[in-house]
Design a protein around this ligand. Structure first.
Ligand code: ADP
Ligand code: MG
Length: 400
């Protein structure tokens, strides 16, 4: 079976006309694949034990309010990233009266003949990570095996709130595509923490400035990776904006902000000049930790010109752009978690999004309160579960 989508448009990058063509060709035998194959969730929120073998396409989890739908999405996100999107406190994740929660997944990848077994156990004071039966120290290896993206009814906050969510969005891509990014970011964070500590405690100037060189070196490299990532992402974003919101004729512009004033020629000198002010503030004012992206249409910030519905579509376009670039660079699709899809999009756009996910070969795990709200486009790669009090029961497709 061949299935093709072609979208073309023009974009000016550094004064050149670049013709972008997103061309997705699906052919059963040559599919690049990253797939959550089996999952198991224990003592997480209201879910005492749920396990499932997932489909490579649409996985639909249906349940009433408080059945545990978001908990399943949250569990998968927590396994992939080490943190929840609802709380920073482990105590809320662990089921009441239990000491720990355990999350497990088997991931199939076309890059490796064997599947990967990922595990995470969280108790109040300890997190244990396992990869293929071995205990590992860092979340990085798990995150690399499980490139998941998340869309929730809160996702439009990416535009609304402070720059942290937009940095996380950008850094997701940098992390997966640039092996250097994570060590640079860690070094930067370490330096920043020390420098902020020295500033806050009013330690001697030399102890603050001890960290300036490290910060500057890492910040400039991080900046370079981020700029490059956004430059490559923008044409995809334009295409998906046009696909999802054809009514908007203006092209989206991504304005990247490094985290220090635009005209800065010497970041080290800036730190030195700014010392008195920072010493007063008690923290480092400029750097990679202050980066941001502004999305604009016709010179206006997206948050000010798009309707709430369009803001949600814009976030979908951002994720799809990121997913497509990821596929292009790493030759593996991402996995998309979508909580409460009907709360996100109207029917026309739900169908559009589901078609795009299908064509982009993205395994998707979607929750909804009602089955009738989610169109089943490809029954062969669809699985449906009913969830009640955190317990998942698969529903035979013949019952559709
Ligand atoms: N730590 C916990 N232990 C037990 N139950 C919990 C815990 N945290 C939340 N819950 C309960 O889990 C249920 C499922 O919540 P949620 O996943 O948000 O449901 P849904 O998304 O289906 O509406 C809620 O009834 C909530 O009170
Ligand atoms: Mg929910």
């Amino acid at each position: 079976m061949w299935l093709q989508i072609k979208c073309s448009r023009h974009e000016i990058v550094k004064g050149q006309t670049l013709k972008l063509r997103i061309r997705v060709i699906q052919r059963a035998a040559y599919l690049a694949m990253t797939q959550l194959h089996t999952i198991s969730i224990q003592n997480f929120r209201n879910c005492q034990h749920a396990s499932a073998t997932l489909s490579s396409g649409l996985n639909l989890i249906i349940g009433d309010n408080a059945a545990g739908k978001t908990a399943i999405i949250e569990a998968l996100w927590t396994l992939a990233t080490g943190r929840s999107f609802r709380t920073a406190k482990t105590q809320y994740l662990i089921q009441h009266q239990q000491d720990s929660c355990t999350l497990y997944a088997e991931v199939h990848s076309s890059h490796s003949p064997k599947s990967h077994r990922l595990g995470l156990n969280k108790s109040l004071h300890k997190t244990t990570l396992r990869l293929n039966g071995e205990t590992i120290k860092s979340q990085v290896a798990i995150a690399q095996q499980l490139p998941v993206q998340l869309l929730t009814p809160e996702s439009h906050k990416l535009l609304e709130e402070g720059p942290k969510a937009r940095r996380q969005f950008m850094d997701w891509g940098c992390f997966h595509q640039s092996p250097d990014f994570m060590p640079l970011w860690r070094n930067y964070q370490r330096g920043l923490k020390q420098r902020n500590h020295a500033l806050k405690k009013h330690l001697p100037k030399a102890q603050v400035q001890l960290w300036d060189q490290t910060l500057v070196e890492n910040a400039l490299k991080i900046d370079h990776i981020r700029q490059d990532y956004l430059e490559r992402l923008t044409p995809y974003l334009m295409t998906f904006c046009q696909t999802l919101m054809p009514e908007i004729k203006d092209e989206v512009v991504c304005q990247y902000r490094a985290g220090w004033p635009k005209n800065t020629e010497d970041l080290l000198a800036l730190y030195q000049q700014n010392y008195e002010k920072e010493s007063h503030l008690g923290h480092t004012q400029y750097g990679a930790h202050r980066a941001d992206i502004r999305f604009k249409f016709a010179g206006q910030e997206a948050i000010n010109t798009l309707s709430r519905g369009q803001q949600k579509l814009f976030v979908c376009a951002l994720l799809l752009a990121q997913a497509s670039l990821h596929e292009q660079v790493l030759n593996e699709p991402v996995i998309m978690l979508i909580d409460d899809l009907p709360a996100e999009l109207d029917e026309t756009h739900r169908i559009k999004l589901l078609e795009l996910l299908q064509v982009l070969n993205i395994q998707h795990i979607i929750t909804s309160t009602a089955e009738s709200l989610i169109p089943i486009l490809v029954p062969e790669t669809t699985k449906i579960w009913n969830i009640q009090s955190g317990e998942m029961v698969v529903k035979p497709l013949s019952a559709l």
